[in-house]
Design a protein around this ligand. Sequence first.
Ligand code: HEM
Length: 155
Amino acid sequence: MYAILDSLHSYNRYLLLAAMVFVLYRAYSGWLGNKAYVKADNSASAALLGLTHLQLVLGLVLYFYSPLTTLARSNMGAAMKDSWQRYFGVEHLSTMVIAVVLIQLGRSLSKKAGDDTARFKKLAIYTTIAALLIIGTLASKGLLIGRTEDVIPVG
Ligand code: HEM
């Protein structure tokens, strides 16, 4: 069960990153090119939010099943002294939850915006900050591509 959820969380990262790049491309070209906000823009943003929510749910379940976080949660004080336990026990969780909130806000506020340019602008700004947080936190641990077992030193 853990292995399946871990793989889903791992592969969904690529779908989420691809959807984020696509939404950012459409949002910036729509904003800066004064384009009309069309059905494809709404679908892309909805797909990004769906993938993000899936990643959040998988991550929350993993938080209680992963050996890494189980160890960290059993002794948070000691976990703070180990960079990987601190990362998955605290940093990954908190940064990603903030990124999820920003992606949600980007979509919700863009839907409420008065005109198409404002809609693209809100989506572009909130999604950019979320992308920086997600890419930054994954890259800091060499996890933009690849799996934890390939990057965590054994022993
Ligand atoms: C929304 C953006 C998120 C992205 C892009 C993301 C990405 C990743 C990646 C790439 C890994 C490494 C997977 C591997 O080893 O192949 C990972 C692991 C993990 N993530 Fe996330 N994550 C996100 C959100 C979350 C959230 C919100 C939580 C918890 C509440 C979470 C909990 C975990 C845990 C516990 C692991 C370690 C799993 C293990 O290897 O045992 N993630 N995540």
